[in-house]
Ligand binder design. Sequence first.
Ligand code: NAD
Length: 269
Amino acid sequence: MSERWLEGKTALVTGSVQGIGLAVAKALGSAGARVGIHGIASPEQVEEAEADVRAAGAPETRFFDADLTDWTTIDPMMDAVAAWGGADILVNNAGIQKTVSLAEAEPETWNAILAVNLSSAFHTMRRALPVMAERGYGRVVNIASVHGLVASVNKAPYVSAKFGLIGLSRVAALEYAAVGSRETGGVTVNCICPGWTETAIIEPQIQARAALHGGDRTAGIADLLTEKQPSRRTSDPSEMGAVALWLCAPASHNITGIAVPVDGGWTAQ
Ligand code: NAD
């Protein structure tokens, strides 16, 4: 397999202006994929993300705009992606998080987290999968979480959305399992389940723990890791990129319907 084995393929990565999404976009670009960038960002941040992904090796990038809290923006985005060539690879990565007890969570919080972390994947997959089936190759990689496999307190909307995302992915995996061949690569649908990974989304939780240690950020991170992640090491976003790239390989044609924990042993406990 050449290093540029995704040449000629197009990927859409939601929430790829930063964090895990940007790292996945760079990994796919490094193997030669054209990459559709998406997310909520300033024009400068979009420009920077596109430049990063092209520097990683993507022959072409394009920014797609859609606020995923509003599902009616998703069909127009998928129309634009179709006009650009259609997605051979779809990575549903965009996500939001808020830690709050079930009783204190506002209905607006529930609706927003479910919309971005779960429903958006339904809306993108229902458009992308039939096109992948026609081509005989397709990869859907949904960025779930350890919280799609186990629960924690004060995360009712997030845990519900991530468990739902794994269920949605398994249904899609079964519906498309028989499509294509070893030669074309087939159509697979899988989840990656990160544990603590160094991005902006966990910053409020780091700050809350740091506050218990006189504002010491390092002690706050160590505290979070000790509680849940036996490796006591955070993940770097690029490590999620490496797993996503592996799932997209032709040799991964029979890996479908799985949820891969990248969690330092969190869910082994
Ligand atoms: P992040 O906050 O850096 O990135 C989130 C991305 O989602 C951003 O690009 C943002 O623009 C996009 N986004 C948020 N709201 C949106 C909206 N309404 N419409 C469109 N895009 C929107 O965080 P991250 O850690 O890179 O998160 C990526 C994914 O990884 C999320 O699904 C998250 O739940 C999951 N995850 C992260 C961790 C971790 O420890 N960082 C652990 C488990 C799962």
